[in-house]
Each structure stands twice: as C-alpha cells, then as structure tokens.
Design a protein around this ligand. Structure first.
Ligand code: HEM
Length: 547
C-alpha cells in the first residue's frame, strides 16, 4: 500500500511506502544524502533517505540580536565572527518574529565558534554598551571541572542550557540578588500585600534607578528578570483591567529592558519567569515535592497561586526523562540502532504519562474561582488585549508603545520539542500561534526545538523501518501526548469555562478582583482557547501511524 506523507513546513509531499519494507528499500540502503529539496531543514520534512550525520545534535549556530557595531564588538571580544542579516526595521508593534521591535534596526548575527555555543543578545536602543552584557554561564552541575563526568547526553543537553536533572527548569535558582538590588527584592517579596493595599504603584515610583551592570551570570540575570517581570505585572494590573496605565516608569522599564535583552527574553512575564526560574526548596536537602517547594516571588492568589506555579513546575520536572530521550532517539536513528530507539520511545511515552499525572494535581491545589477571578489577570499581556489596546510605553527605552503577549504554559518548550520529534503537524493557525510563543522562550531552548527540526525525521524512520515494535512504541508516544492534551482541555474547561459561569467577585489575600473581561474568550497567551486547544489535540492524534 502506498501512502503519501505531508512533509513539515510547506506542505510538500513525498511518496513513501510506509510499513512495507519492499516499497521502502531506499531507506534501508546506506543512508544517502537526500536530494537537496527534500532535506528536512529546507523542505520541512524528510524523505525516505534521512541524512546520516555523525555526532548527534551538532553545535547550534547562536543568534545575537544587537545593533550591528555593538554586536560586532561583542562577538569580536568573545572570539566569534558573524554575518549580519537585517531582520526588522519596523517602528514597533509589528515585530520581525512576532515580538515587537525597538525603533531601530535589529540585526541577527549568526555566529559559529569552535568551543561551546554562546547565545547573546546585546541591548538594542536602551543600552549603548552591549559588551557589558554578561556571558551566560553553563548551568551548575555542567561546568567543566565540577566533578561531574561529561557524557554525550549531558553535553548534547548542556549546549542548549538544559539539565539532565531539571530539563528546562533552571537548576537551583538564586533567591537573592546582590545587595545593590535590595530595593527591587524588597518590593518583589511584598507584592501580594502591596497590590492588595493598592500601594505598589507608589512604591515603584519611589524606587531608585538602578544600573544592571552589577548583575553577573545567567542565574542573576534570570532572577532579575523574574523580579522585574513580577513587579511589572503587579504595577500594570493592580487596579484591574479598568485601571491600567499606558507607561511603565523609567526606573522599572530601563533595567527590565536591559536584562531582557541580555537574556533574549521579552520584557514581560513569561513561562520562564513564572515557573522555570521561580522555585526553591524549603529544606535545601529535602525532596522536590510540592510540600518542600515554594515560589521565590508571588502575586495575589494565595495558596492557589502557589499551587498553580508548583504544579506546573512538577509537570516540567516529570518531562525530564522525555527530554533526555530526544537526543537518545536522534542518535539511535543516525546509528540505525533499533533497540536504543525503542527504549527512547518507551521512555518518552512514560514521561508524557507522568506529566499527565502531575497535571491532575492542579485539582488538589488550585481553586478555580481564585484562578479565574484573581490569578489570570496578572498573567495578561498587552498585545491584542482590548484592556490595553495601545500596548505599553517603556519609558526611557522607546517613545512608541510596544505589545507583548502574556505568560502562558504554551511558552513551555516541552511540548514544542515533543511535537517536533514526533513530526506532529498542527493547523496553520495553531502553528502560527505556537511559533509566536517560541519567541517567549529562552533562546537556547528555542534552539533545541530548531535542532530537533533539523534532525532526521523519526516518523519517516519508523515508517520506513517496517518494524512493528517501533511503530507501536511511536504510537504510544502519540497517544500519550493526545491524552495529555485531552486532560489539559478538561482542566482548562474547569478553570476557565466553568469558573466563568460561576464567577462573581472573589476576594483573596485582600485583593478584590473582577474577572478580566478581555480574557473571557482568550487565553493569557492570546489564543482563542478551545478551538485552538482542540485543534492541537486532534492534529496530535492524526500523527498516529496506521498499521
Ligand atoms: C489551571 C491550569 C491551566 C490552565 C487554565 C491553562 C490554560 C491554557 C490556555 C488558555 C491555553 C491556550 C494558550 C493561551 O492563550 O494561553 C493553554 C495552552 C497550553 N498550556 Fe495550559 N493551562 C493550565 C495548565 C497548564 C500546565 C500545568 C501545563 C504544562 C506545562 C500547560 C501546558 C500548556 C501548553 C503546552 C499549551 C499550548 C497548547 C498545546 O501545546 O497543547 N498548561 N493553557
């Protein structure tokens, strides 16, 4: 039986007799270089002769956004050369890759270095000294000479700032900034009370203007971004959606912008702030269980807010074996190692199942009324939001307003990576939304997804192998992923649709919140919730390989 497969990307079609070893002979012959047009990175998928590359997960080409002179100096300083492509010169509100642009031309420098990959973004517009941008350090536990042996897996992961123990979570995040940043930390630690008593805005107005130059290393930058993003969300939404402001004051906007540029994150709260960098153990030697965890910084919502952050943390943690299975699977495909590939797929399916179990804990820890009436508004963005139709002016950064989507777990890299590995093809509209969400991920994590996209196609490999055991393992991954998405839809129904039907005013921690009308039909990331989520779940199911 011959069937046709839709290739990733531009909808090109490639004939392949999946399941029939005879029809798939080219796949079982020495792994030839595919015709250029069918290479996955260009055609958006792989034909029956995936490219065999030795050395799984080659070094990614880092991207550096900066003004051209600054970026050249920065790259020169760290021993890189670069080619620059103009990616956007639009004056705001319509960014090159979904993000809004500052009112200057941005350049993307693609650079390669012989050693480890560096991904930097020089400050654009706000900073005149991109050389000061601190160098992101490898995650703790991965630095050379830390006593841990570097395995092929750990080195494949550490290139993307991924940890073998924590996946996309920041391993053991810092909980305090250096002393000069005391004024930020004091406000951040008091946020729920300051918002409840409507005093946050006046506290922010009294905040001193602090330079970001004393921030050193990735961990301090992440904590600074976390702190400034939470203060910003509180500042914006303290009076609900009817009392928003148009301008973020200079002494908050400028450092927030600079730290964001240094990390390659947008200047708004993202999943990376809310969850990945926002956790600490109460007892440092205790287990990673919800009772022994706390967010570092909070917003209104009390125990439900705590539960929402920490359950999402547990889902990220449960994903770790699945993330580790990705480079294993890709290496096994390249080495034609069926046994290892089978194990990797089993590991992936099990991890997705564990993520589903972790997700269910939302019911135990989060009250739908509080989630709907209190928590959501503080995650809202200022892009396509009728409550802030003009976006937000970052004073001292740009005179023009900018628009960014709010925080959403759609910005978690986990499911994007699994979709990419499994060759799931979502509708054009859903893909556009999900790709926009990638702009809200730390750039090394985004690079991880892109690297999976450049690898030989798993689905093609399984199809072409004609191996029933591999096909069953592949299908278990697809089913587990579709089931996870069904559970997620059930949760969203309870926490948004049902909660909306029951909604009144909720008072939590003294903050009397009215549910945000702008979020009735849309998610905090800005999607049309249910049509989007169902479409994504259904296209996941379509990824099954039939016998
Ligand atoms: C009360 C709990 C939750 C609610 C109400 C919720 C709500 C939503 C909404 C409304 C969207 C649509 C995108 C947007 O506009 O924001 C979404 C997307 C998404 N959410 Fe959640 N979410 C919850 C928990 C989680 C958790 C714990 C995870 C796991 C990390 C998660 C993962 C995702 C993903 C991956 C998407 C993108 C769609 C997909 O790939 O299936 N969500 N969520």
């Amino acid at each position: 039986m011959e069937h046709t497969l839709l290739l990733r990307g531009q909808g090109a079609r490639s004939p392949c007799a999946g399941g029939s070893p005879a029809g798939c002979r080219p796949c079982r012959e020495p792994w030839a270089e595919p015709p250029a047009l069918l290479r996955r990175s260009q055609a958006g998928g792989a034909a029956c002769s995936p490219r065999l590359q030795q050395g799984a997960f080659p070094e990614p080409a880092p991207e550096v956004d900066a003004d051209e002179d600054g970026a050249r100096r920065l790259l020169h300083d760290i021993g890189l050369s670069a080619t620059f492509n103009r990616v956007c010169s639009t004056p705001l509100a319509t960014g090159g890759r979904g993000l809004t642009c500052p009112p200057r031309t941005r350049f993307v420098a693609r650079a390669r270095c012989a050693g480890s990959a560096h991904t930097r973004r020089g400050a654009v517009g706000a900073s005149t000294e991109p050389q000061r941008v601190p160098v992101p350090r490898p995650a703790p536990g991965m630095e050379a000479g830390d006593g841990k042996e570097e395995t092929p897996l750990s080195s494949a992961l550490s290139r993307f700032q991924l940890s073998e123990d924590y996946g996309f979570l920041l391993p053991n995040p810092l909980t305090e900034l250096p002393a000069p940043y005391g004024p930020w930390m004091e406000i951040a630690h008091e946020l729920p009370q300051l918002i409840a008593s409507h005093r946050l805005r006046s506290r922010v107005h009294q905040m001193p203007q602090l330079s970001t130059r004393h921030l050193r290393g990735r961990e301090e930058l992440y904590l600074a971004h976390l702190v400034l993003s939470f203060i910003t969300m509180g500042y914006l939404w303290q009076e609900g959606e009817e009392g928003t402001v148009k301008v973020l004051p200079r002494h908050l906007a400028v450092p927030f912008w600079e730290v964001s540029q240094a990390l390659g994150l947008p200047p708004i709260l993202s999943h990376a702030d809310f969850v990945l960098a926002n956790w600490r153990r109460k007892d440092p030697s205790g287990p990673l269980e919800i009772e022994n965890l706390d967010p570092i910084i909070s917003l209104p919502g009390g125990e439900s807010l705590r539960g929402f952050i920490l359950v999402t943390f547990l889902v990220e943690k449960a994903a770790v074996p699945g993330i580790k299975a990705i480079p294993q699977a890709i290496r096994a495909i390249r080495q034609l190692d069926k046994e290892t590939l089978h194990q990797a797929l089993q590991g992936l399916a099990t991890a997705i199942g564990a993520m589903g179990k972790a997700l269910q804990r939302m019911h135990d820890y989060v009250d739908p009324a509080v989630f709907y009436a209190v928590i959501r508004i503080f995650l809202s963005g200022w892009k396509d939001n009728p409550a802030m139709p003009d976006g937000l002016v970052y004073e001292g950064v740009s005179e023009e307003p900018m628009a960014f989507s709010g925080g959403s777990a759609a910005q978690s890299t986990v499911l994007h990576a699994f979709d990419e590995l499994l060759g799931i093809r979502h509708s054009q509209e859903s893909t556009a939304f999900l790709h926009r969400m990638r702009d809200y991920m730390p750039p090394p994590h985004r690079a991880f997804i892109e690297e999976i996209g450049r690898a030989p196609s798993l689905k093609q490999h399984v199809l072409c192998s004609g191996d029933a055991r591999l096909r069953a393992a592949f299908n278990r991954c697809i089913t587990a992923l579709a089931d996870f998405r069904s559970c997620h839809i059930a949760i969203v129904t309870k926490y948004i649709a049902v909660a909306k039907a029951k909604a009144g005013r909720a008072e939590v921690g003294g903050w009397a919140g009215r549910p945000p009308a702008a979020l009735e039909a849309k998610g905090t990331g800005g999607s049309h919730i249910f049509s989007f989520l169902k479409s994504v779940r259904d296209t996941t199911r379509d990824g099954l390989i039939s016998a």
